[in-house]
Design a protein. Structure first.
Lengths: 278, 211
């Protein structure tokens, strides 16, 4: 091994990270070569001095507590399914209760309790899975599929026009309802056109707006009397969904723009239809 | 033990029966909560037991990387949260390198966000070894000057600061350093050599200017 090779391996030798054979070779070389030995000693003592002198930043007081409390907050924020509130408790109907069963039979209370717990457990597992998210999730899937299809198959619009007075009459002739088609170009969402679509087991109107290079599909259909007029946001597969409702219609906006843009869109839409009566 | 009680309609009115159902449901729900709570509590306890002993190491690395106390504390807190979230995937016996990897990555995220000077090239004019540079013996004389060394290390790029801290202050093996810095094990020695060389150079330049 020559001096250059030894110098190259010196850091590994100093850190005792070389294989035994190489270490031995270097050791031998250092014994024979005063020049390399001097470099080795100077390098070694300097490194040790630096390691000793460089300040070690111990964690300050309070950091430990801060971390511990943030971990506890983290746990508290994790949604624990509140099953008791979701569990529908239907009162037993008095008429349908076969009273003879109650009066005539010996009742094994433990078995009854076990049956109720079993029923509750089944309900606990099924109710949140089937009912709660089911309808919205299914609809969201349909909405996204429809949005994607409209962009994919060159079938974004049935009637391509930035003129609301062209799009609206066209839709009115095809549907049994007449949605508002406001012009939102002054809010940064120019109208691209309209389309017929089929969602949630009914024909719906799809209004297409543009935001820079992105398209927003706004699906509109008449509200059902018992539908809650809530606003909902969802984000799935990178698409943003925003749902709201007014006194007449359900609105679902689907797009790949960010959630803030979609909120701005909703605000603009609502302001516009309130300022210009249909 | 099975207790079979005869049903007595006079003792148990139907209203009571209505109530007993939601009560049982609530009891089951409560029990589920308690079990979940207990499981989470247990996980937190074993996480803290495994990871809090390395708090100083975590803070030290973050402090050297982000070079600012407030940011270092934020980084360490964020790193512990991230570590807790992926604690299920930690199967090793040695928590320190695992935690330091997360601290390191969190620090780099912050450094990149702040577009810190670490990612720009260094001004070779300032750091060029000139005739004024001190020799090895003079450097050794000054090597106990903690402030001087700290300033010189802080001038190094992040990848050099990181490797010096991991080796000299944490005493980690090349293998562990390779895992944390996400470089091939064969690169550790050469990077350490370059880091030490640069540090020597900076020290020499600083001492030379002070003279």
């Amino acid at each position: 091994m020559n001096c250059k090779e030894v110098i190259n391996l010196m850091d590994g030798y100093l850190d005792s990270e070389l294989d035994p054979l190489t270490s031995q070779t270097i050791e031998q070389h250092l014994r024979d070569c005063p020049n390399c030995d001097r470099i080795y000693k100077a390098h070694g003592s300097l490194m040790r001095a630096i390691a000793t002198a460089s300040p070690y930043h111990k964690a300050p007081a309070g950091l430990r507590e801060r971390i511990q409390s943030s971990l506890r907050e983290e746990i508290a924020e994790q949604p624990i399914r509140d099953v008791s509130s979701e569990m529908p408790v239907r009162p037993l109907s008095k008429q349908s209760e076969p009273r003879t069963v109650f009066f005539g039979t010996q009742w094994n209370w433990l078995a009854l309790a076990a049956a109720i717990i079993l029923a509750a457990l089944i309900a606990l597992n099924l109710v949140p899975r089937l009912q709660r998210p089911g309808a919205d999730q299914l609809l969201a899937t349909q909405l996204i599929a429809s949005h994607v299809r409209s962009l994919m198959a060159n079938h974004l619009t049935d009637v391509a026009s930035s003129d609301q007075h062209t799009v609206k009459p066209w839709l009115d002739t095809k549907l049994d309802f007449a949605p508002a088609v406001p012009d939102l170009s002054n809010k940064g969402f120019p109208l691209v056109g309209g389309r017929l679509d089929y969602l949630d087991n009914r024909p719906v109107a799809a209004l297409i707006y543009q935001r820079r290079k992105h398209f927003i599909n706004l699906f509109v259909w008449p509200i059902e009397s018992n539908t809650a007029k809530t606003t909902k946001t969802m984000s799935r597969q990178g698409y943003q969904l925003l749902h709201w409702a007014d006194s007449d219609f359900n609105y679902w906006a689907v797009s790949d723009v960010n959630a803030d843009d979609l909120q701005t869109f909703k605000q603009g839409f609502e302001e516009q239809i309130h300022s210009q009566p249909r | 033990m099975v207790i079979a009680l005869p049903f007595n309609a006079e003792h148990l009115s139907e209203t009571e029966d209505f109530e007993s159902r939601p009560k049982i449901v609530k009891f089951v729900a409560l029990k589920k909560h308690q079990e979940q709570d207990a499981a989470q509590g247990q996980e937190l306890a074993s996480f803290e037991e495994a990871m809090l002993p390395h708090l100083d190491a975590a803070h030290n690395l973050a402090r050297w990387l982000v070079r600012n106390e407030q940011d270092a504390q934020d980084v360490v807190q964020e790193a512990y949260l991230r570590a807790f979230r992926s604690f299920g995937g930690f199967r090793g016996s040695n928590g320190r390198p695992w935690l330091l990897t997360i601290v390191r990555n969190t620090s780099y995220t912050l450094l990149k966000k702040n577009r810190a000077a670490d990612f720009t090239t260094f001004d070779e004019e300032i750091h060029a070894s000139s005739d004024e540079s001190a020799g090895p013996a003079t450097i050794l004389e000054h090597s106990e000057d903690a402030e001087l060394i700290k300033e010189a290390i802080n001038e190094l790029p992040a990848e050099f600061r990181e490797i010096l801290v991991l080796r000299h202050q944490e005493g980690l093996s090349y293998k562990e350093i390779a895992d944390i810095a996400q470089i091939p094990p064969g690169t550790v020695m050469s990077r350490l050599a370059r880091a030490r060389g640069k540090l020597k150079e900076y020290l020499a330049a600083r001492i030379g200017k002070e003279k």
